[in-house]
Design a protein around this ligand. Structure first.
Ligand SMILES: Cc1cc2nc3c(=O)[nH]c(=O)nc-3n(C[C@H](O)[C@H](O)[C@H](O)COP(=O)(O)OP(=O)(O)OC[C@H]3O[C@@H](n4cnc5c(N)ncnc54)[C@H](O)[C@@H]3O)c2cc1C
Length: 474
C-alpha cells in the first residue's frame, strides 16, 4: 500500500486528494493524508452568506475556457450548479481623472481589434491612437530573452496603454505590476503572435475572425463560470468525497526528509510520520523551506518565486443606494490615479443571483505588488479608505449595510521575467527525486482551473496514475 502525504489544503492540495481518492476507489493500492496548517480547507477559496448576499472572500469565479475546474465540478456532481457570468452586462470601466471611461468595444485584453470604437474612445490620447495605428505595421520579431509585460506593451502601443490597461488588468489577475511580470509567462499568446505576425492588432484581428466563425457553430459561452452557492461549494463537495480520517487540520508541516526510499514528514508539535511519497501543495516559498535540507538548489529556485498580498473589501447596499452606478462588471484604477483601490466589481451585475433583488454588492481590491503596506491598516482604516475613494470615483456617499475585509498575505505568485526557465529547472529536479511532486499557483497559472490541473498532475505523478478521461494541458 503506497502512503502519500499531501501538504496544503487549498484547492491545489484538495484536487490532489480528490484524484487520489478517485484512484483508490477504482482499486489503486494507495492511501493519502492531507495536512493543513489552518483551521479550514480551501485556502483562499471561501464564501460567506451575509444579509442574504453571497460574499466571496477570495476567487469569485473561474475562466470558462480553462476546462479543469468545470471538469472537476462535473465529477463532483455539481454540473447543474455551474452558473455563467451575466455577459450582457460585461462592460468594464477605467478610472481616468476620477471619471469612469468604458473600455472601448473590440478591445481584446489590451489589443484593439475594432478601429472605430478605439479611435473615438476618450480612454486614449491622440498620440496613443497614432501609435496604435502604426502598430499595424510592426514587423515580426523573435523574442530571445524574456521581458516584462510593460516593456512589451510599451514597444507596441506606448506608455499610456501600460498605465491605463496593462497594469490595471494585471493587478486584477495577479495582484501584480506590469513592470515586473514576465511577458513569456503571463502573455504567451502575445509572444507567439509577435513572432508570427509582428503586429498584435493584426494577429488579434485574425484570431477574432476565426473565433467569430467558430462561435457561429456553437452557442456563446460566458467568460466566467462560478457556482450557485459560491466557490466554497466546490471545496465542500471535494471534502465530502474524501475519507474524513485522511484530513488533518491545524497540522503545520515543518520539514520533510528523504528516508529509506520514502519520506519523513515533521509536523509541528505532533512528531514525525513516514510516507512513500509527498505532494507539496503549499505556496512555492513554503515548499522551498520544507525542501531546504533535501536539495539546496531546488529550494533556492522555489524561494526565488515571489508573492504579492491582497485585500478584498466587500460592501453590501440597498439597490436604491447604488442608483448612480453605471451598468457593467465594475472598474479598474490605473496606478497613476494615486488611489489605494485597484479595482471594484459590481457583483450584483456580474452574478445577479448573488444578491437579493433589493440589494447590491461591491467588491473592492487593494494591495498588490506595490502596496504591501495596506495589510497593516486596521479594518476601520481600510473601510474609511474605500468609502473615501468610492465617493471620489463613483460619487457613492451612502454607508453600506454590511462590510467585510479579507486579507490575503502572500497569496498571489508573481511570474517575473525568467519564470518559465526557473519552473523548468524546478520541475526537472523534482522529477529526479523519487516520490516528490509539487502543485499550486506558482508554476503554470494562478487561476483556480490551473491549480486544479496542477493538483491532478501531482496526484498522477506520485501515484503513477495514467490520466484516462482527464483533459489534456491547454
Ligand atoms: C483575493 C483573491 C482573488 C482571486 N480571484 C480569483 C478568481 O476570481 N478566479 C481564479 O481563477 N483565481 C482567483 N484567485 C487565485 C486563486 O484563488 C488561487 O491561486 C488559488 O486558490 C490558490 O490555491 P492553492 O491551493 O494553490 O493555494 P492556497 O489557497 O494558498 O492554499 C495553500 C494551503 O497550504 C496551507 N499551508 C501552507 N503552509 C503549510 C504547511 N507548512 N503545512 C501545512 N499546510 C500549509 C495553507 O494554510 C493553505 O491553506 C484569487 C486569489 C485571491 C487571493
Amino acid at each position: 500500500m503506497k502512503r502519500i502525504a499531501i501538504i496544503g489544503g487549498g484547492i491545489s492540495g484538495l484536487s490532489s486528494a480528490f484524484y487520489l481518492e478517485k484512484a483508490r476507489a477504482a482499486g489503486a493500492e494507495l492511501e493519502y493524508t492531507l495536512f493543513e496548517s489552518g483551521q479550514r480547507l480551501g485556502g483562499c477559496m471561501s464564501s460567506d452568506r451575509i444579509e442574504g448576499c453571497l460574499v466571496e472572500a477570495g476567487p469569485d469565479s473561474f475562466l470558462t475556457e480553462k476546462p479543469w475546474a468545470a471538469t472537476l465540478c462535473g465529477e463532483l456532481g455539481l454540473a447543474d450548479q455551474l452558473i455563467g457570468s451575466n455577459d450582457a452586462q460585461r462592460k468594464t470601466y477605467i478610472v481616468v481623472h476620477d471619471r469612469l471611461i468604458a473600455m472601448p468595444d473590440g478591445l481584446m485584453f489590451m489589443v484593439p481589434t475594432r478601429l472605430v470604437p478605439t479611435a473615438l474612445s476618450p480612454l486614449f490620447s491622440w498620440s496613443t491612437k497614432v501609435l496604435m495605428a502604426r502598430e499595424l505595421l510592426h514587423p515580426p520579431r523573435p523574442m530571445e530573452d524574456d521581458e516584462t509585460v510593460a516593456q512589451m506593451v510599451e514597444r507596441h502601443f506606448g506608455p499610456e496603454v501600460v498605465d491605463r490597461l496593462a497594469d490595471p488588468l494585471l493587478s486584477g489577475v495577479y495582484g501584480g505590476d506590469a513592470g515586473k511580470l514576465s511577458a513569456r509567462a503571463v502573455l504567451p499568446r502575445f509572444v507567439e503572435m509577435e513572432e508570427k505576425y509582428g503586429s498584435l492588432s493584426r494577429a488579434m484581428l485574425a484570431a477574432h475572425k476565426k473565433m467569430a466563425q467558430a462561435a457561429k457553430k456553437q452557442p456563446p459561452r460566458p467568460l466566467f463560470t462560478s457556482l450557485k452557492d459560491g466557490m466554497q461549494q466546490m471545496v465542500d463537495a471535494i471534502v465530502a468525497r474524501l475519507d474524513p480520517g485522511a484530513i488533518r487540520l491545524r497540522r503545520h508541516v515543518r520539514r520533510i526528509y528523504p528516508e529509506n526510499g520514502g519520506w519523513r514528514v515533521a509536523i509541528e508539535m505532533n512528531g514525525d510520520e513516514r510516507y512513500d511519497a509527498v505532494i507539496l501543495a503549499t505556496p512555492a516559498n513554503v515548499a522551498g523551506e520544507l525542501l531546504d535540507g533535501v536539495d539546496r538548489a531546488l529550494a533556492s529556485n522555489l524561494l526565488d518565486i515571489t508573492y504579492s498580498s491582497s485585500v478584498t473589501v466587500t460592501l453590501g447596499y440597498y439597490k436604491q443606494q447604488l442608483s448612480k452606478l453605471p451598468r457593467g462588471f465594475g472598474f479598474l484604477v490605473p496606478r497613476s490615479e494615486g488611489t489605494r483601490m485597484l479595482a471594484c466589481t459590481f457583483v450584483h451585475n456580474k452574478f445577479p443571483h448573488r444578491a437579493p433583488p433589493d440589494k447590491g454588492i461591491l467588491r473592492c481590491f487593494l494591495g498588490g505588488a506595490r502596496d504591501e503596506a495596506v495589510l497593516g491598516l486596521s479594518d476601520e482604516e481600510m473601510l474609511e479608505t474605500v468609502h473615501r475613494e468610492l465617493r471620489d470615483i463613483v460619487k457613492l456617499d451612502a454607508r453600506p449595510i454590511f462590510a467585510r475585509v479579507y486579507r490575503w498575505r502572500e497569496a498571489m505568485a508573481q511570474y517575473e521575467p525568467g519564470h518559465l526557465a526557473r519552473v523548468e529547472k524546478i520541475e526537472k529536479r523534482v522529477a529526479e527525486i523519487p516520490g516528490l511532486a509539487i502543485a499550486g499557483n506558482a508554476y503554470h497559472g494562478i487561476g483556480v482551473p490551473d491549480c486544479i490541473r496542477s493538483g491532478m498532475e501531482a496526484a498522477n505523478a506520485v501515484a503513477q496514475l495514467t490520466p484516462e478521461s482527464q483533459p489534456a494541458r491547454g
